[in-house]
Write a protein that binds this ligand. Structure first.
Ligand SMILES: O=C(O)CCC(=O)C(=O)O
Ligand SMILES: [Fe+2]
Length: 222
């Protein structure tokens, strides 16, 4: 795959995985947003092009975000992760190919809990010679995300490629899995999916606080 993807198997222990799962499922029901093909939780504020109104992150989450910063060097002093999106996928659920966009620093880090998945990468639809190709013809490779792993997607893989997860209940590992040698699995393995919870940890470029945002949205008249 083009630069760059970094894969860290067993980034967290089984106990830490259980701890994080418990924290996610202990969150109040109102914290969940139900989409047609998955559920999600937002931590740190709602990303918005005018600036994310920052909310304090719980310490259980902040400590894992700090570990990513300290152990990977993927974020700089001024681009510390400040946002976490929790996605829950049941077997057969996924996410359409998309780009994460310029609200975020061009690094995304994802911790996978509960089940593996396969993250697929595609050439961008705006690429020359690409506009006539089908989605499958634009597929350039995939990464197997095992439970407890961390993956970093940076640079051109972030900026000029799309990523997505197929809506299947079982993955058959093919040649297109770029990190197969760094996993516990082999070519041809069939891996049924269980419920997967992912923590997508990013730096939101533009942030604001509540008083700044009130004036930003024009409600603050003197
Ligand atoms: O669940 C994942 O690993 C990917 C989530 C994702 O791409 C997103 O929320 O933008
Ligand atoms: Fe994404």
């Amino acid at each position: 795959l083009p630069p760059r993807i970094s894969y860290f198997p067993n980034f967290i222990t089984a106990e830490e995985e259980e701890f994080l799962m418990r924290k996610v499922y202990d969150a109040p029901k109102i914290k969940w947003t139900q989409l047609s093909n998955r559920r999600l939780q937002n931590w740190g504020g709602l990303p918005h092009s005018k600036g994310m109104i920052q909310e304090p992150l719980p310490t259980w989450l902040q400590s894992f975000m700090d570990r990513i910063t300290e152990s990977t060097g993927a974020f700089t002093a001024t681009t510390q992760p400040n946002h976490c999106l929790v996605n829950e996928y049941r077997p057969g659920q996924g996410i359409m190919p998309h780009e994460d966009g310029n609200m975020f620093y061009p690094t995304v880090s994802t911790i996978t809990l509960g089940s593996h998945t396969v993250l697929d990468f595609y050439k961008h639809i705006n690429d020359e010679d690409c506009d006539t190709l089908s989605v499958e013809d634009r597929h350039i490779g995939s990464v197997l995300l095992e439970r407890r792993s961390l993956v970093l997607v940076q640079d051109s893989m972030y900026k000029t490629h799309l990523h997505g997860i197929k809506e299947v209940a079982c993955d058959t590992l093919s040649q297109s899995i770029a990190n197969l040698d760094h996993t516990e699995h082999s070519l041809g393995d069939q891996l049924p999916r269980d419920t997967r919870v992912s923590l997508t940890i990013r730096h939101v470029n533009k942030t604001t606080n509540i008083s700044k945002s009130i004036s930003l949205f024009g409600k603050h008249k003197k």
